[in-house]
Ligand binder design. Structure first.
Ligand SMILES: Nc1ncnc2c1ncn2[C@@H]1O[C@H](COP(=O)(O)OP(=O)(O)OP(=O)(O)O)[C@@H](O)[C@H]1O
Length: 276
């Protein structure tokens, strides 16, 4: 299982505004090359972070892997099979949680299970297991507006995991949270990742967050996004945020990633990233 390739991105490019209409019309329209010739293999169970300047195509790549967005060139395979749309083997966690406001915590987590076979009692039992996993026992009957941002994102993570996808795609999941909540959820996510063994692709703007969480950091250039560096993170899966930051190798790695982020965009886009 460990050496199996969960996600293979093979020579993928993505151009927005390039489908439909005549060739001349497409050229005249505002076609935009977001990703260019991305190739990436993610072994099963790996925690990989994608980092890059704003607008470099991180979300686009995540959506392409999810199958939500058609690609313009190349191929994406999940467990060796080319994808042609979203599938139950993948789930996404969004920055803005995207919970159903009229449903309780339990109702939100049950929701994706409703299209899956099983009785109501079975679905609720699975949802309760995941409520427990993300530390929300006792909050089953609360509505999203009654929860803090951090708690809402715990629901988002539980909902994504409830259908037992093999791959978790996380699009800046902690970007909307304050620094303290963010760190608490980073620790929680590490615990959940180790317990579930999911393959995780995690988009972030934060170099520190990428280093604290991941086994590997892939750096994209400014638009069109291309892979400029692929960095193995050596701190080990059991190192918490404080230990990672205290590691003598941390400053050098951090510097190396920052350097990678300074590769100028071919279209002159601004290079932006956050240190935390
Ligand atoms: N639906 C769309 N139609 C046209 N262009 C789009 C669309 N979605 C994204 N883009 C453009 O594609 C480029 C990549 O966008 P994307 O959101 O993937 O970048 P990102 O790296 O995730 O950005 P950020 O870090 O700011 O969230 C940007 O220039 C964006 O304006």
């Amino acid at each position: 299982m460990k050496d199996q390739i969960a996600i293979a991105v093979i020579g993928v490019s993505k151009e927005y505004g390039s489908s439909g209409g005549s060739k001349r019309k497409r050229k005249e329209s505002t076609a935009l090359l977001a990703l260019e010739n991305i190739s990436l293999q993610v072994p099963a169970g790996q925690f990989l972070s994608l980092i890059g300047p704003s607008g470099c195509g991180k979300t686009t790549l995540l959506k392409c892997i999810d199958g939500l967005l058609p690609i313009s060139a190349g191929e994406i395979r999940v467990n060796g099979t080319p994808i042609d749309g979203p599938g139950r083997d993948r789930a996404v966690v969004f920055q803005d949680f995207r919970l159903l406001p009229w449903r309780t915590v339990l109702g939100n987590i049950v929701f994706p299970l409703e299209s899956v076979a099983g009785t109501k009692a079975e679905r609720e039992a699975i949802a309760r297991e995941h409520i427990e996993l993300v530390g929300l026992r006792g909050f089953e009957d609360r509505y999203p507006h009654q929860l803090s941002g951090g708690m809402q994102q715990r629901v988002g993570i539980a909902r994504a995991l409830a259908t037992n996808p093999e791959i978790l795609l996380m699009d800046e999941p902690f970007g909307a949270l304050d620094a303290q909540t963010r760190e608490v959820l980073q620790i929680e996510l590490m615990r959940i990742w180790k317990k579930t063994g999911k393959t995780v692709v995690f988009v972030t703007h934060s170099v520190d967050e990428a280093l604290v969480l991941s086994q590997r950091v892939v750096i994209l250039s400014g638009r069109p996004g291309q892979i400029v560096q692929d960095v193995e993170v050596p701190f080990g899966d059991d190192a918490g945020p404080d230990e990672v930051r205290a590691d003598p190798r941390f400053p050098e790695l951090r510097q190396r990633i920052w350097h990678g982020l300074r590769v100028p965009a071919t279209d002159g886009a601004e290079v932006v990233a956050r240190s935390r």
